[in-house]
Write a protein that binds this ligand. Sequence first.
Ligand SMILES: Nc1ncnc2c1ncn2[C@@H]1O[C@H](COP(=O)(O)OP(=O)(O)O)[C@@H](O)[C@H]1O
Ligand SMILES: [Mg+2]
Length: 396
Amino acid sequence: MQIRLPTPHPAQLEVLESGRRFRVVACGRRWGKTEVGKREIIEEALAGSGCWWLAPTYGMASQVWRDLKYACRDVPGLMISETEGRLDFPGGGWLAIHSAHLPDNLRGAGLDFVVLDEAAFMEPTVWPEVVRPMLLERKGRALFLSSPKSRNWFWEIYQMGVMNRRSWAHFQFPSSANPLIDPAELENIRLQTAERIYREEYLAEFIEDSGQVFRGIYEAATAPRDAVPAPDGVYVAGLDWGREGDYTAIVVIDAAARQVVALDRFNQVSWALQRGRLKAIHDHWRLRYIWAEANSIGSPNIEALQAEGLPIRPFITTAASKPPLIEALALAIERRELALLPDENLLAELAVYTQERLPAGGFRYTAPSGLHDDLVIALALAYHGIHFTAFPISFA
Ligand SMILES: Nc1ncnc2c1ncn2[C@@H]1O[C@H](COP(=O)(O)OP(=O)(O)O)[C@@H](O)[C@H]1O
Ligand SMILES: [Mg+2]
């Protein structure tokens, strides 16, 4: 059966061939995002799925509507409903076009597949409150397509892709990954465009904005991945206990070199197994101290580890004790006084960690809802710990 769409270019094929349930595609303008979405939604509908196409504005929705009708014009038995913006395919599959600018009008039945085109330009409530619930019964799939818009909700959902590899995939391509674009033309645009805008719209970079706590994290990720314990090394760890469904994380810092040398995170194993794993890390690095969050889950574990001879120091996290902990870490990273491991999970957690200004003054620090911060907390505790660690300094 003939579908009138261009043959995908190699980068588009990568997205199309990923079998993940949720895919987040951050690409520059004209890369071919909308084209990928059109191909996939037609293939889904032809295979019998119920699908939605969501666009941020009515104008964008109607352009895609025209394109999809044209692409499917040779499908025998296709039914077109102009009033509903819906195509019904002979096998029972269908697709409908919606504009996301009036979320209240966006209610519907269960879906198998949804495309959110230029997702970064939709209200942040559209996905969690309107679309995600529609995927529940049928375990529907979602394709997020957009160029970045600073680090708004689309950046958070992109980080979801980085952190949850089992059901998510993430893609990032500059406009130049579309082989049909003349590089000279892009260069021309670059010369005439503010750097920030070019990086965002054509290089598909998520540019930092002010809610972000940690800056310069990628520049600070210079620690070697293959560090081994030195005989006279002093190593300090930070430990964050996982709550339900969350990770327990440990980060080890070389206190003299001020480098992260190791990290580990694990979940869904018993406390006894977790303690065994921590003991193994301790035996390997001969930790001077392990600074651990002493909340309700923490204290029984802390006692058990202390009983086994581990040098645990409790840290009580409160609204007053947390900000200085985080701020000291942020400053150290920005000033390059602490080298980070180039670990994708660690950098992703640091990147999305946010501050909220409180009405009474000061800041509240958290990960955006649904994202992890266990490695951030473990790192902050370890960094805190090195200031309490006496170790010989050699003046060479
Ligand atoms: N694989 C392809 N082959 C030929 N033309 C393509 C291909 N992918 C995209 N295009 C064309 O390139 C232009 C930009 O594609 P589009 O999907 O609108 O980009 P984006 O949504 O990323 O801005 C459109 O004119 C589209 O038809
Ligand atoms: Mg597009």
